[in-house]
Design a protein around this ligand. Structure first.
Ligand code: NAI
Ligand code: MG
Length: 367
């Protein structure tokens, strides 16, 4: 059997810097765990525009469609700010998400004990936190029609429409239940069924889908109450599934329970391919960080954790993903910090590449 394929799109700014550290980790898995990938690279974002006049070529798009997983760094930068909207770097990323139909956006909120002091919440509220928010990404109020600003009488009216079809809810619910099966077997669905018909349908369909997953303990919560519970006692949750708008807010809020942007991975999943793997794009939550690009200051952990998600959700290597997460935990516990993770206590930060080396050392120590 051939190796699973991994398309790497480092992108712009710190993208290539953090991706170089992920390459070290990928090589380590090949050499030490017999986990080999057919890795190929491509251009996305500003670097693709510079080379081809478009942020994503049809050829790279086709390779993304065929790949078992895509791993992306970041796109954009001030150099491209004045480009026409149609060729802006972000359009490359949007095209990938749209054409791969990545409807389930996975945003973990995970707190490494060594960083629990970083949180704005009390240490015991966040220490050991490990939850996953699944946000519906391709429908809902950001896309629903009618929309616009119209004149009505002598004033303007702004209109957006929340619209969800049964099948749209069904497929994202299934993704969330599948995740819950691989994790703590607990799923909380959030909507506002008390005031929104789309929320009533959401609750009905999620409940229906739940019948196919009797092992998963399903609960429902109004999204506003959910926001309170996330701040009060986030460890009560395992997987949360919610719509595009609520998910946008809840996932940003939950992410910040745990500290730096340099630590946050994400995955966007679509429908299963012929080989049973979901279409998948893994990427750090952060952008291209032009303020620190080219200086060796970027924290590669968000990108490395995105690869850990790929191991778990695309390649069925949950144990190896845990090994990688624990290696990162160990490096942090040893006090190794990139500049973004430093408080005022006078520790000298390590570079992007030193952080990658430390993670690989910790992987080797785990054998
Ligand atoms: P950003 O995430 O690039 O940076 C925000 C702040 O966080 C900066 O101070 C940066 O230095 C810091 N930061 C981000 N990642 C870091 C890391 N790994 N290690 C250490 N520090 C880190 O967001 P910003 O500044 O709003 O956008 C910069 C560019 O990135 C823009 O062109 C924007 O359009 C693009 N962008 C791209 C995204 C993507 O590719 N998915 C997402 C967000 C922004
Ligand atoms: Mg947001």
């Amino acid at each position: 059997m051939s190796n699973p394929s991994l398309l790497i799109l480092p992108g712009d700014g710190i993208g290539p810097e953090v991706m170089a550290e992920v390459r070290k980790v990928i090589d380590w898995y090949g050499e030490n765990r017999g986990l080999n990938f057919d890795v190929s690279e491509g251009l996305v974002g500003g670097c693709s525009y510079d080379e081809h006049g478009t942020p994503l070529t049809d050829e790279t798009m086709a390779r993304a469609q065929e790949a078992d997983a895509v791993l992306l760094g970041a796109v954009g930068g001030p150099k491209y700010d004045n480009l026409d909207f149609s060729v802006k770097p972000e359009r490359g990323l949007l095209r990938l998400r749209k054409e791969m139909d990545l409807f389930a956006n996975l945003r973990p909120a995970q707190c490494f004990d060594a960083l629990a002091d970083f949180s704005s919440l009390k240490k015991d509220v966040v220490a050991g936190l490990d939850i996953m928010i699944v946000r519906e990404l391709t429908s809902g109020i950001y896309f629903g029609e009618p929309r616009g600003i119209i004149e009505e009488g002598n004033e303007r009216v702004g209109i957006n429409t929340q619209r969800y079809t049964e099948s749209e809810i069904d497929r994202v619910a299934r993704s969330a239940f599948e995740l819950a099966m691989r994790r703590g077997k607990k799923l909380c669905s959030m909507e506002k069924a008390n005031v929104m018909e789309s929320g009533v349908l959401w609750r009905e369909v999620v409940t229906e889908v739940g019948k196919d997953y009797p092992e998963v303990e399903l609960s429902h919560m109004y999204a506003d109450a959910g926001a309170m519970q996330l701040c009060r006692w986030p460890k009560q949750f395992d997987v949360i599934v919610t719509d595009n708008l609520f998910g946008d807010l809840l996932s940003d809020a939950a992410a910040m329970l745990t500290g730096s942007l340099g630590m946050l991975p994400s995955a966007s999943l679509g429908a299963p391919m012929a080989n049973g793997r979901p279409k998948a794009l893994y990427e750090p939550v952060h952008g291209s960080a032009p303020d620190i690009a080219g200086q060796g200051k970027a924290n590669p952990i968000a990108c490395v954790l995105s690869f850990a998600m790929a191991l778990r959700y695309s390649f069925d290597q949950g144990d190896e993903a845990t090994r990688l997460e624990q290696a990162i935990e160990k490096v942090l516990a040893d006090g190794v910090r990139t500049a973004d993770l430093l408080g005022e206590d006078g520790v000298t930060p390590v570079s992007t590449s030193e952080m990658g080396d430390k993670i690989v050392e910790a992987l080797t120590a785990s054998l």
